[in-house]
Design a protein around this ligand. Structure first.
Ligand code: ADP
Ligand code: MG
Length: 259
């Protein structure tokens, strides 16, 4: 089972969008997926179609031992796609967890109690490097880093890579970077091109070939509670996320050959 985190300490770079759409695109081809929303803003929960008023079991209740993790799993309108939601209560959990022993490993310990097995668990992180993100970092094998093609992107990225080195030394030596994903890419915009080129130089093979274009359907879909593949499967955004899935599956096939 792969546990993938979607993280970047910067907000608005496409983490939640990537989490929902990667998860849905993998589910559509028959992979069994669990999304875990650990951002108190709950955008992934809303975007995947679980209305705030229906979230009476959420990740906050799991982390604070109110109920078993299996009881917090919701089926979505997409086959094979399940989710553990979050609500604003989670902001309080971040404070509540601080005083606990092993506070970095609480999410990881609950994941080990899951009854169902999944091909992928995909965790949507908040835009910070606080305790919730650290809990995700302790629980994952692999990390996907969405980066928006803008002027300060490289600075933010080097900061994040330093943090990951530190995390490897302390709470999770096994964490691998699955890839950096360029989001909201606009071919006609010089900055987009320039940033893409610099990041490629800086990261080499760790940069996904797939780029996610800026596409209005991607930003409309969450207001209908749908991943873009269910909203308009033929738009450039949906096709790009399917391209990402193909690239990831290809990457995993090559890895198996090496092993
Ligand atoms: P984060 O989770 O990193 O804060 P989001 O995924 O919520 O970022 O994206 C921020 C905003 O940008 C949202 O309104 C989202 O709909 C929009 N957005 C993300 N990716 C795209 C894209 N490829 N094209 C157009 N809008 C996008
Ligand atoms: Mg988000």
């Amino acid at each position: 089972m792969e546990v993938i985190g979607i993280a970047n300490q910067k907000g608005g770079v496409g983490k939640t969008t990537t989490c929902m759409n990667l998860a849905a695109s993998l589910a559509v081809i028959g992979k069994k997926i669990l999304v875990i929303d650990i951002d108190p803003q709950g955008n992934a929960s809303t975007g995947i179609g679980i209305d705030n008023s229906h979230r009476n079991h959420d990740i906050y209740g799991v982390l604070t031992d109110k109920y078993h993790i299996n009881d917090a799993i919701y089926q979505t309108s997409i086959n094979n796609l399940e989710i553990i939601t979050s609500t604003v209560d989670l902001a309080a959990a971040e404070l509540g967890l601080v005083s606990l022993n092993n506070r970095e490993f609480i999410l990881k310990s609950h994941l080990s109690k899951l009854n169902n097995s999944y091909d992928y668990i995909i965790i949507d992180c908040p835009p910070s490097l606080g305790l919730l993100t650290i809990n995700a970092m302790a629980a994952i094998n692999e990390l996907i880093i969405p980066v928006q093609c803008e002027f300060f992107a490289l600075e933010g990225l080097s900061h994040l890579l330093k943090t990951i080195k530190l995390i490897r030394k302390t709470i999770n030596p096994h964490i691998k970077i699955k890839g950096v994903l360029l989001t909201m890419y606009d071919r006609r915009n010089k900055i987009s091109e320039q940033v893409a080129r610099e990041i490629k130089k800086f990261l080499g093979p760790k940069l996904f070939h797939t780029k996610i274009p800026r596409n209005v359907k991607i930003s409309e879909a969450p207001s209908f509670g749908k991943p873009v593949i269910a909203y308009d499967h033929n738009c450039s955004g949906a096709r790009a996320y399917i391209g990402l899935v193909k690239e990831i599956l290809q990457q995993e096939k090559l890895k198996q050959k090496v092993i």
